[in-house]
Design a protein around this ligand. Structure first.
Ligand SMILES: N[C@@H](CCC(=O)N[C@@H](CS)C(=O)NCC(=O)O)C(=O)O
Length: 211
């Protein structure tokens, strides 16, 4: 069977998978799970992914991967070219380390800023099957963390074309997906971020980043 990718084109996490699928030229079918309609919480999607999150990747009749981190490992092992998680040990270490920093310092800060302040997300402060109340202070902290991470990334990209290991990697993919999404909380690149702008413009030349 063909791989089935459960996607939502407006959301950053499935975009990470989408870019990998295109970079690695993996044949697949796409099913959109419309978060605006709450389809991620429907019984039919819960049967696909009990975490009620997107992405998910059905790789066999009875095997569904339900988290972008696991999906990335699967795609890297099954479709090794181009390598997006590094080939030699110290490259793999550097990429994993930066990918993790992007996830924790940016990827968690944006939903914290959005979900703890937006009235539409009352009681939906975290994704998933459990409802959590908003904590407005986490919204404020999230905005400060985004600024701090953008400053750190600006320094990191001085004299570099890629975030880690001098190659396109999951660290760049994760960072682009979350940085582009940061506009939902009013955070955009400015003239204080020339290195990030140069890096982003180079990546925009790749079809995968426009898929
Ligand atoms: N750790 C998960 C997180 C995925 C995630 O949070 N996805 C968001 C969309 S970006 C989602 O499904 N949200 C569901 C909701 O808000 O109810 C992964 O990366 O696969």
């Amino acid at each position: 069977m063909s791989i089935v990718f459960y996607d939502y084109s407006m959301a950053p996490s499935p975009r990470r998978t989408r870019i990998m699928l295109v970079e690695k030229n993996v044949p697949h079918d796409v099913i959109q799970v419309d978060m605006m309609k709450g389809e991620q919480l429907s019984d039919s999607y819960r049967a696909i992914n009990p975490n009620c999150t997107i992405p998910a990747l059905k790789i066999d009749e009875d095997v569904i991967l339900t988290d972008s981190a696991g999906i990335a490992v699967y795609l890297e092992e099954t479709y090794p070219e181009p390598a997006l998680m590094g080939k030699i040990l110290m490259d793999r270490v550097e990429i994993a380390s930066w990918n993790s920093q992007v996830e924790h310092e940016l990827g968690q800060a944006i939903p914290n800023a959005l979900r703890n302040t937006n009235p539409m997300m009352k009681d939906r402060a975290l994704p998933g099957p459990v409802n959590y109340k908003q904590i407005p202070e986490l919204g404020e902290r999230g905005l400060a963390q985004i600024d701090a991470f953008m400053g750190k990334l600006e320094e990191r990209l001085e004299g570099r074309d890629y975030i880690a290991a001098a190659q396109l990697s999951v660290a760049d993919i994760t960072a682009v997906c979350f940085l582009d999404f940061a506009k939902v909380v009013g955070k955009r690149l400015t003239d204080r971020h020339p290195n990030i702008q140069r890096w982003r413009a180079n990546l925009a030349l790749r079809p995968s980043f426009n898929a």
